[in-house]
Design a protein around this ligand. Structure first.
Ligand code: AMP
Ligand code: MG
Length: 489
């Protein structure tokens, strides 16, 4: 277990040509203090948990002190925002402190979000508010707990800094981690600037550091694009299966490693509603839940376009199709898993679609229903009342249940064994907006951060029943105020 000073920095991104970034130091807050530290993420760095209570720990993670070996920079990128190309974005408030190699040799970039102005800040103030920081911190770990690829969260540090949004709010910084923060937009910027030589440099960087097996291919750039397309398909399928919407799927928020990246106005669905829009600024519903698979396709096309100087036409055209095949295959597999089905039979897709339609018309809570479905029994007197009571029109559900039972019989499904499996597919606990909001209220109002830690612990094991935490599995109470979340805060 390492002391902070012993973290071993590699900083491979900083070794790229200067055009890729701006070297810039974080701007600290006065009197920083720790809001929360995540021991799991610290473990990825082999960081000694004893370090969390060091008096200067918050100074390192609010930019007041630099870790030895760190070489801070803001990354350049552009991207398509809501379908329109924006020639220059870049890290306007996030600063890459450097890349740490852990004992296993795994690279972890440490990025401090809310760390102050950079050349890419445009009209922004370079800051993040505590509220949005808590949301990103918790959701990164909740997604990881669900087995969905994501950036990770190390800690939140706050200080005596007020940040203006619609009103004054406490500011904070989030230290997030990923093997790489390179985005689709990191490539797009060089394509549209016609600096194709840098496209190649970046593609080589990504291949050498993150997709080494691709190097063997006849055309490694084709292989890279196709690999990213498929992985993005798997990622989107996982979002759909768990009922989660990102909210701002601009190409600058799409990770080249297919991680869930840049948590803003995301949302887990409560009642099943395909038209669910979590981002309050998304008036057209471009990034609604049901559009995510199509947006993934659109974004892969944008990436293929950006990489086109390195590719042939066939490879460019194939990429979105590979994405789509991967996404559909994975989604079907995950939904079969959510129904507890081991085999693939003709008609499975229809069984799923019919169920979702019923859930939609009865506005059934997505997460609690699937969890409860694990208790479905094939035999016995009216054994499934708990499941059917989710529906307004119980007799319509009964029709579906007859077909489900037949399908289970067809693969000789065993109730007990199936429930164990389904409980590993259907989470009990998700980060419902109202739960995050409760933690935010306590933190911003009373400077009580205990709820953040409680949620962090709970959500890192979302499939496990946790005694005393039953209330956290419940849908939002009917009288809970609607929570409005929109783009960058
Ligand atoms: P986002 O919507 O968070 O993905 O951000 C889109 C772009 O705006 C990125 O280039 C961000 O770095 C930048 N940005 C967002 N919020 C701020 C801020 N408060 N200060 C400076 N830049 C920001
Ligand atoms: Mg972003």
């Amino acid at each position: 277990m390492l002391k902070l000073e012993k973290l071993s920095f590699d900083n491979s991104y900083a070794a790229l040509p200067d055009v890729f970034f701006e070297r810039v130091k974080p701007t600290p807050f006065p009197n920083p203090y720790v809001v929360s530290v995540n021991p799991d993420a610290a473990g990825l760095l082999n960081l000694d948990p004893g370090e969390f209570t060091r008096p200067d720990f918050p100074e390192y993670f609010c930019g007041a002190k630099l870790l030895p070996g760190s070489d801070p920079l803001a990354m350049l990128y552009s991207g398509h925002q809501f379908g329109h190309y924006v020639p220059q974005l870049g890290d306007g408030r996030a600063i890459l402190l450097g890349e740490v190699k852990n004992e296993k040799g795994e690279p972890w970039e440490l990025q401090l979000k809310g760390a102050g102005l950079t050349r890419f800040s445009r009209d922004g103030d370079g800051r993040a508010v505590l509220r949005s920081t808590i949301r990103e911190y918790l959701c990164g770990e909740a997604m990881h707990g669900l087995g969905i690829p994501t950036t990770r969260s190390l800690c939140i540090v706050a200080g005596e800094e007020i940040v203006w949004r619609e009103k004054p709010e406490p500011g904070a910084m989030l230290l997030r981690m990923a093997p790489s923060h390179v985005r689709f937009g990191s490539f797009e910027v060089f394509f549209y600037r016609r600096q194709h030589e840098y496209l190649k440099v970046l593609a080589d960087y990504v291949i050498d550091h993150h997709y080494p097996s691709v190097r063997e291919a006849e055309n490694p750039y084709v292989r890279l694009l196709h690999e990213v397309a498929m992985r993005t398909g798997y990622l989107v399928a996982q979002w759909q299966a768990v009922g989660w919407a990102h909210g701002v799927l601009n190409t600058d928020n799409m990770s080249i490693l297919s991680l869930t990246l840049d948590y803003g106005p995301y949302g887990f669905m409560e009642r099943y509603d395909p038209s669910f829009i979590c981002n309050h600024s998304d008036h057209q519903g471009r990034y609604s839940f049901q559009h995510q698979p199509d947006i993934g396709y659109w974004n892969i096309r944008a990436l293929a376009q950006a990489l086109s100087p390195l590719l042939d036409d066939a490879a460019i055209q194939m990429a979105p199709d590979l994405y789509e095949q991967a996404m559909l295959k994975k989604y079907a597999e995950l939904m079969r898993g959510k129904l507890g089905l081991l085999e693939t039979h003709a008609g499975d897709d229809k069984l799923v679609t019919n169920l979702l339609n019923l859930m939609d018309s009865s506005r059934v809570d997505y997460t609690t229903f699937f969890r409860a479905l694990g208790d479905f029994q094939q035999e016995g007197p009216s054994p499934n009342s708990i499941v059917r009571d989710f529906f307004l029109h119980r007799e319509v559900f009964d029709d579906w249940a007859i077909r489900y039972r037949e399908r289970l019989l067809a693969e000789k499904s065993q109730d007990v064994e199936r429930k164990i499996r389904m409980d590993q597919m259907n989470p009990k606990y998700i980060l419902r907006n109202y739960l995050a909001e409760h933690a935010i209220q306590q933190a911003t109002g009373e400077k009580d951060y205990s709820e953040i830690d409680r949620l962090l612990k709970l959500l890192s094991h979302p499939f496990t029943e946790q005694p005393g935490m039953e209330a956290y599995a419940l849908p939002a109470p009917d009288d809970s105020p609607s929570i409005i979340v929109s783009c960058s805060s």
